[in-house]
Design a binder for this molecule. Structure first.
Ligand code: HH2
Length: 297
């Protein structure tokens, strides 16, 4: 069966499933198990969008999206992060209606989940998160850290799902102390999470490289990652292909692999437990070599 046709059939069963009871959730054991692998986790990015900043339009076609998910899995991704609305780290946000976001995901999500790698849903909408979790996604990645959609924390708690709480701002302000701003944002998110009943073992913190930050502030967030170790929660860094790299070495997004690898290796040195990347194979190789060098010390 062609992948697109398979996707349609699976999407139909997904709709049906949503009228039935939701799947049992893996609870805190999932995140604990992943982090227990004893190495930094590589989260592979799948953007089912026309307008993502580096690969918009490449995986909008369901067959291309599923093939990319299979590739990321084969290359060694520990988690697949699937998104259908560009989070537009650099402004010009084009809000995607709920139905459109779900329509982009429906033909591919079952096939991605069938790869048996934990799937995180990269969305700012509680309704999309709930729908994807009911369909078998197991992690929520909220680029507004539970602070944009007022129903997000409830959905995460109700599904007993791990959640990535990412720092964000509407606009960059070069005058602020970015470390203090991120810290205050995390504190607000953690208070929202606690009120909703999300256990702290289910939370990952992410300073949101490129989001509402100058290039210097993004560099600072990676350099000062240890500032957030005091929260005693796993940290995620997503520096892949981001614009701060161009501020160091002029380059187009697809020419930023070297900068992405450098940023992620240093993030790991500074305490990142998860790195979010578009290029899984080179990152897995870099992780292995860095680990071998560390062992040879
Ligand atoms: N970056 C992007 C999207 N989602 N989620 C987390 N937790 N951390 C990040 O740094 C992060 C994220 C932006 O990258 P991409 O998905 O490739 O671009 P777009 O949002 O334009 O689709």
């Amino acid at each position: 069966m062609a992948i697109a046709a398979m996707g349609k059939e699976m999407a139909a069963s997904l709709d049906l499933r949503n009228t039935l009871s939701p799947r049992p959730t893996p609870g805190a054991g999932l995140l604990r198990g992943l982090l227990g692998k004893g190495r930094p986790l590589v989260m592979g990015v799948l953007n089912v969008t026309p307008d993502s900043f580096s690969d918009g339009g490449r995986f909008l076609d369901p067959a291309a999206a599923v093939a990319q998910a299979q590739r990321l899995a084969a290359e060694g991704a520990d988690i697949l992060d699937v998104g259908a609305e560009s989070s537009r780290p650099y402004g010009n946000a084009v809000a995607v209606p709920l139905d459109e976001e779900r329509a982009r995901l429906a033909p591919i999500l079952p096939a991605v989940i069938a790869l048996s790698i934990p799937v995180s849903i990269d969305t700012m909408k509680a309704a999309v998160a709930a729908w994807a979790l009911d369909a078998g996604a197991t992690i929520v990645n909220d680029v507004w850290g539970l602070q944009r959609d007022p129903d997000m924390a409830r959905v995460v708690a109700a599904h007993d799902a791990p959640v990535i709480v990412m720092h964000n701002r509407d606009a960059a302000d070069p005058r602020i102390d970015i470390v203090a701003d991120v810290t205050a944002f995390f504190e607000r998110s953690l208070a929202i999470a606690a009120r909703a009943g999300i256990p702290s073992e289910q939370i990952v913190l992410d300073p949101g490289i490129g989001f509402g930050k100058t290039a210097e502030q993004s560099l600072t967030c990676i350099a000062r990652l240890d500032a957030w170790r005091g929260f005693d929660l796993p940290l995620l860094v997503g520096a892949s292909r981001k614009r701060f790299i161009q501020a160091v070495v002029p380059s187009e997004p697809m020419e930023r692999l070297g900068g992405s690898l450098a940023a992620h290796l240093l993030a790991v040195e500074n305490g990142a437990a998860i790195i979010r990347v578009h290029d899984v194979a080179p990152t897995v190789q870099a992780r292995a070599v860095a680990a071998a060098i560390r062992r040879a010390r």
